[in-house]
Design a protein around this ligand. Structure first.
Ligand SMILES: CSC[C@H]1O[C@H](OP(=O)(O)O)[C@H](O)[C@@H]1O
Length: 382
């Protein structure tokens, strides 16, 4: 039942996306973002010249995705430092903007720590601010390198798990490409590497209700890269497994607890159950900055609850997010209540392997995670 309309896999090299950059304009420093709420219809930039505007961009998912949130958190603290503002307060505001992705707090706290160390060592404000900015850039570059290493580890694991020829049929959920990363992404980067190496037969893209990161963003990235993809409603995934059309599931993560529990976009847990039932590998791809060894298990992970209007409305046009500041188009009766967790938790026993930039662990055990993180060059922040 492979998609009859599957695009012929043609490897292209699209222009790199400028997802997030530091900008020093005559008007002053700013974090400049590709506004993801307007994709795929419009590629527009959002200039965040202060921390409150960056916090709003994070809350509205103009910038999103765990690794990129970490990078944004780091640059946000550097922005406060360069503006001579309270760096500790900026780190706290940024970390609290979205609670589940551990990377956001990690990036903010890491840059704040370097700034504080510089001040405590006697550096003046300007030098300390430069140190903060340098640390934010280092975090950005480390994430780009991590993305490339995860892609290769993932490609090698797919070859091991799926030895037959003919290419892999991979299912992804949400968006885990360049739009969440300093590089090509996490789970999507594995699928993209497979495509470039000629081993991607089909990419199944879950639309990912309610904010449609799959339909709007992953389809956009897959199309840009000439990948053979088909979009599906989240509800259709089960029938794909039943038809034997899925060789492996590739997802990202927002927080991985010490026991290997994985917080990821809502809808990940049902895919893990389907994968288990149909004996399909369920692979999590995430940098070690997403592993939180201080959170013991999935029950301790805070799952972000978002507004009901994201479920009861749909966005009528780019830039008017469903559930945003009004303007969405109602699909439910006025006043309808809605359950809208942004993430769910997959227990370790449903995870085939976790692929990080430091290697792969399977079966997923706390010891394996701690060992991987010990190898990581990522500094740990208490
Ligand atoms: C690999 S990080 C991408 C991760 O972030 C997404 O969440 P959101 O779009 O709400 O930031 C989703 O959980 C993805 O797996």
């Amino acid at each position: 039942m492979a998609d009859q309309d599957a695009q012929t896999p043609v490897v292209v090299d699209p222009p790199a996306l400028s997802v997030l950059r530091w900008d020093e304009s005559p008007d002053g420093p700013a974090v400049v973002l590709l506004d993801q709420t307007r994709l795929p219809a419009e590629e527009t930039e959002l200039v965040c010249a202060d921390v409150p505007s960056l916090v709003r961009a994070i809350r509205t998912l103009a910038v999103r995705g765990a690794p990129l949130l970490g990078i944004a958190g780091g640059y946000g603290v550097a922005l406060a430092a360069v503006r001579g503002e309270d760096v500790a307060q900026a780190a706290d505001l940024l970390e609290r903007a979205r609670p589940t992705a551990v990377n956001l707090g990690y990036g903010a706290r890491r840059v704040a720590r370097e700034y504080r160390a510089a001040v405590e060592s006697g550096a003046g404000q300007e030098v300390a601010a430069a140190v903060a900015l340098a640390e934010a850039r280092a975090l950005h570059e480390e994430d780009a390198a991590a993305s490339g290493r995860m892609a290769q580890y993932g490609l090698d694991l797919l070859a091991e798990l799926l030895p037959g020829g003919g290419g892999h049929r991979l299912l992804t959920h949400c968006n885990t490409g360049a739009l969440v990363s300093g590089g090509a992404g996490t789970a999507f980067a594995v699928a993209l590497r497979a495509h470039r190496e000629g081993s991607l037969r089909q990419l199944w893209v879950d639309e990912t209700r309610p904010l449609l990161q799959g339909a709007r963003l992953t389809a956009y990235e897959a199309g840009r890269n000439g990948m053979p993809y088909s979009l599906l409603t989240d509800n259709a995934a089960g029938s794909l497994f039943a038809a034997g059309e899925v060789d492996a599931v590739l997802i990202g993560a927002d927080r991985i607890a010490a026991d290997g529990s994985v917080a990821n976009k809502v809808g990940s847990y049902p895919l893990a159950v389907l994968a288990k039932y149909h004996h399909v590998p369920f692979l999590v791809v995430a940098p070690t900055t997403t592993v939180d060894l201080e959170t013991m298990d999935g029950t301790s992970i805070v799952v972000e609850q978002r507004s009901a209007t994201e479920v009861t409305e749909i966005t009528p046009k780019p830039g008017v997010p469903a559930g945003g500041g009004g303007g969405g188009m109602a699909v439910a009766p006025p006043g309808a209540k809605a359950y809208n967790p942004a993430f769910d938790i997959t227990p370790p026993e449903l995870v085939t392997a976790i692929i990080t930039e430091e290697g792969v662990i399977s079966p997923v055990t706390g010891v394996g995670l701690a060992e991987l993180c010990a190898r990581s060059s990522q500094v740990t922040i208490s």
